[in-house]
Design a protein around this ligand. Structure first.
Ligand SMILES: [Zn+2]
Length: 269
């Protein structure tokens, strides 16, 4: 593959050689242009075209807003891509954000009515926009942390921690890095808490399932002092790739929403 910016032959590297950590993928890289593209798994097939920092950011932004079309349930994923194809006047083969150039990204953001430059927006404008978008002042999510849409992702366990909040709530925090196309680099924090007796058995099973997918063996003793033993055990799974499946849940009564996660061994195509 040639770098689209300088036309030089790109380097073909493993993620381990490039990032110093094995994400289970390879990359085509042009260092002088800061351009790169990942491959599907450890194969040679690129996930799109090589992009520099600016283009990677634009593509991520496109995904963030375009994906809302289908993740909101407004339409199916297939319909959303059909929409993309028609809106951008592209063939089915070309209607992939991973192959978009800067101009196409900007065009899509314009069609989606997203201002590329948000920084010049006044505080008042920003507040007006948030309210106009129907922000629920009683239970709207304040965090800007973008929830990942439901589905199965290629993900890698990146970090394990035992966390405690101010009210003494404790949980095992599993930080995954998403490797799937369009979501590369996004984080997902899987939370397993043994606090609530009602969910204790369920969460022990969840911990065992996740460990199983990571090839980590857990013993009952690991649950005796989870803040150390369980964390130590899961640390053996850092760097391991799994299929991470997210499902949304909503409590209609309280309006509380959240996401469940489960891990499986990767299903290679
Ligand atoms: Zn280059």
């Amino acid at each position: 593959m040639h770098c689209p910016y300088c036309n030089q032959q790109a380097e073909f590297l493993s993620s381990k050689d490039f990032y110093g950590q094995d994400y289970g993928t390879n990359l085509y890289v042009c260092r002088p242009c800061d351009a790169r593209v990942g491959t599907h798994g450890k194969g040679k097939t690129p996930l799109g075209t090589m992009a520099n920092g600016k283009l990677r950011e634009l593509r991520m932004k496109c995904h963030k807003y375009f994906d809302r079309k289908w993740k909101s349930g407004e339409m199916s994923r297939g319909k959303a891509y059909k929409w993309l194809q028609e809106a951008m006047n592209l063939s089915e083969k070309d209607a992939h954000i991973g192959t978009f150039n800067e101009h196409q990204c900007k065009e899509l953001l314009q069609i989606l009515n997203i201002n590329e430059e948000r920084s010049d927006m006044s505080l008042m404008d920003a507040a007006a926009k948030i309210l106009a978008e129907g922000f629920d002042v009683k239970k709207g999510a304040v965090s800007d942390f973008e929830e990942l849409p439901e589905g199965t992702y290629e993900a890698m366990l990146e970090n394990v921690e035992w966390r405690t909040n101010d009210s003494g709530f404790e949980w095992l925090s599993l930080q995954f890095e998403i490797l799937s196309e369009g979501y590369e680099g996004r984080k997902y924090f899987g939370m397993i808490s043994f606090h609530n007796e009602r969910f204790m058995n369920m969460n022990i099973k969840l911990a065992l399932r996740v460990a199983g997918a990571l090839g980590v063996e857990l013993n009952p003793e690991d649950f005796e002092t989870p803040e150390t033993s369980l964390v130590d055990a899961f640390e053996n799974g850092v760097g391991i790739e799994v299929d991470l499946t997210l499902t949304n849940w909503e409590n209609k009564k309280t309006g509380k929403r959240g996401q469940n996660f489960i891990c499986d061994e990767p299903q290679f195509e």
